[in-house]
Design a protein around this ligand. Sequence first.
Ligand SMILES: [Mn+2]
Length: 429
Amino acid sequence: MTLPISADLIAEHNAKGLEALHEDYEALGRKLARTGIDIDAIKKRVAGFSVAVPSWGAGRGGTRFAKFPIAGEPTNIHEKLEDCSVINQLSTVTPRVSPHFPWDKVSDFKALREEASELGLGWDAVNSNTFQDQVGQAHTYANGSLSSQDAGARQQAVDHNIECIEIGQQLGSTDLTVWVGDGTNFPGQQDFARSLDRYLDAASQIYAALPGDWRMLLEHKMFEPAFYSTVISDWGSSILAAQTIGERCKCLVDLGHHAPNVNIEQIVARLHRFGKLGGFHFNDSKYGDDDLDSGSINPHQLFLVFNELAEAEANPRDGFNPSYMIDQSHNVTDPIESMLSSAEAIAACFAKASLVDRAALHGAQEANDTMMAFQALRRAYNVDVAPILAMARVEAGGAIDVLAAYRASGYRARKAQERKAVGLGAGIV
Ligand SMILES: [Mn+2]
């Protein structure tokens, strides 16, 4: 394995903070022990946690209006993998990359799998793209893809998704994530029932091509690019579709794809209750699908989502295997820094949810002791889990302070010398 950041640099960086980290870890350990929590057990749980990064997240995103590239940005999947490797090396919680096709298309996927493996990376869910036309394609998606009235466009979208599955098999993925931008901008533009019928029929054809150990994850989104109606607009449409399509068809929750102020943690619990919780796209949002960095706006919501996940894990019903991924648009930061910071925010909420005294919470719920039920959550949320995360990272070869180590590495400046410049252009994702 040849990793992009030298182990010496990380060790040198860690040497400066190791003594303070041990002090902080031991102090927190004593504090948690007073409430019967073994800090090493929490650290072990944290060490087992991981979240995938999207290949497209390695590049600068944009708004619907513009994109402002930075020097040293990746220009192809090979360079994106290298950047993803940096994120995993320092954070130790992002060992998988989620690719997007045709954006990440190469001629030899076996070689790409090897290349990733050399960088310490595996592959997460494969993402199809039927929300934009590709040069030379026979049918336009201007009026929809899986739900289009045009049978040719529907077939083309089905075929593309099946091709994504075939690519994913070569990479070693076992999930296909399907998000369609299908919808309308005008009342009356399409018939709500018939467009959903067409979607279900086409999606079922994709499902029929799914290998036995694969899952199909349906990602709903309330609006954008369509601003009046969207075919799979909410978790209700998503679970109905997943139930219609088949057992291994599950729902994927992108935190930014809901109406403002929707209780997402309750949606998580509902989806789990019916065996349809497939995965997450983590990001944060203030107004809509803002794709801001995870935990940057509403870290408490992220904690509450992980609290429901901890409940679900403890009570798995028909199984518990959600796929975790970051899905953000990094418009004003170095994407590597954003994903380092986000991975830490996500792991922190996972750790805090692990600290919740479930017996106390459930006891208070049973006794209708509202304040103590709330306090069971609040006590865990208030704990600064940074020493646990840092210790887990150090033990796995990562950095105590991920951002400081990244900046000390001079990685981006080095890439600015090596890589060709990314063009300007409209923003997407
Ligand atoms: Mn998403």
